[in-house]
Design a protein around this ligand. Sequence first.
Ligand code: NDP
Length: 462
Amino acid sequence: MAFDYDLFVIGAGSGGVRASRVAATHGARVGICEDYRVGGTCVIRGCVPKKLLVYGSKYAHEFEDAAAYGWTLEPPKHAWAPLRDNVNKEVDRLNAVYLRLLDGAGVKLHMGRGRLMDRHTIEVGGETITAEKILVCTGGRPEMPPIPGHAFAITSNEAFHLPDPLPKRITIVGGGYIAVEFAGIFHGLGCEVDIVIRRDRVLRGFDEECRTFVHEALKASGVRMRTETEIARIVATGGKAPFQLHTPLGGMFETDLVMYATGRVPNTAGIGLEKVGVQLDKAGAIAVDEWSRTTVENIWAVGDVTNRINLTPVALMEGHCFADTEFGNKPRKADHRDVASAVFCQPEMANVGLTEEEARRTLGELRVYASAFTPMKYTLAGRKQRTFMKLIVEAATDRVVGCHMVGDDAAELIQGLAVAVKAGATKAQFDATVGIHPTAGEEFVTMRTPRPEPTENQVAAE
Ligand code: NDP
């Protein structure tokens, strides 16, 4: 049978655009569909606009510290509208770049929602398209618990388009990546921020010491941490304090805006997956094998819709491997080990490899090196913000199996160290590396004394 395309991609986010461009470069005839804007979560309402807002919000601290370096400033004022509009203009520019990239690679874009009709047929906006192979990259979307009044709350999707001026008080529910990143953004831009979490600390799943460090730093910066509680219902008052947030035990507090950052779920509904036999896993994500192939032989899936590691560079890797394997005669599996990641909260946190807790569970004896210090930049201004660094070493092999950092430029530093961890570098090789002075990064190659091993009682208490 002659198909319209060799490959049809549903969803033009990071994974979909990468896979389609690479497949086209390998000579495949490729079509792609998108029902919103090309670029996906990362470019349109995720990593890119978020990072720009982080930059914008950090000026608050820079201005405060500048006086100690001899600068005299008028009391600085911030207006939300120019920042919001400039960020959205940049998103428009990147959207256009993505469109040109697809066009330049010869990938045909079909605007509209793609729906699988059978294993080789997709319907997009009334048009019927056939393809030999199909790749699903529909990403994910924010999810909120369906409590009474949840419709009054926003998610990160809406946060990029808030009206000017920003509300005085913002309450963020959740303690994951998005919650702590937006807490830093809104706090830096002058809002009073409350974080509501059902645990004792933010960032579950990260190295325990690092998450404690971030939690305490957020608190010290003035973000109010409402721990071990939940929101049972949201009541819109129509008054000066627009929302009342009620807790399960009868508590209540007021706020001007509620933002939920309680996780994201894969976009699998309404695209005909069940109809053609593509199975989902228990979490509702598309089940795939190590080649990103679904339970249907000619259909693959990459990115957040598969809920493996939900990060843009991982979706890019998965999409690239798929295209090289299927169209480039270069079979490659995506390697999900030692993927570095960062949380752009303030202070920033980044890591690669195992947490101390994971290493204790999965490896034998460890040596753990840790250091906390005030960065040189803050000494003159007296800013009470410390940096924390940690190396986890497998004692039997001397291999560095985890690098963690909380502090300025953590993401930039850890990106470099990720190469060493991925290459299997030993602590002796870290030690043999001469530092750059004076930097924070040199600490990673000068930590010489391991921390005492925890006693059995301490381990049992954890
Ligand atoms: P996360 O999964 O990181 O965190 C969700 C948070 O919401 C957790 O604190 C969780 O608490 C809490 N939560 C979940 N359900 C409820 C509920 N019913 N009531 C109260 N609290 C709840 O989700 P995010 O939305 O922050 O981010 C989604 C994903 O996006 C991330 O996992 C990441 O993959 C990606 N991302 C990556 C970024 C980066 O690389 N810098 C930035 C932003 C997003 P608990 O711990 O108790 O379960």
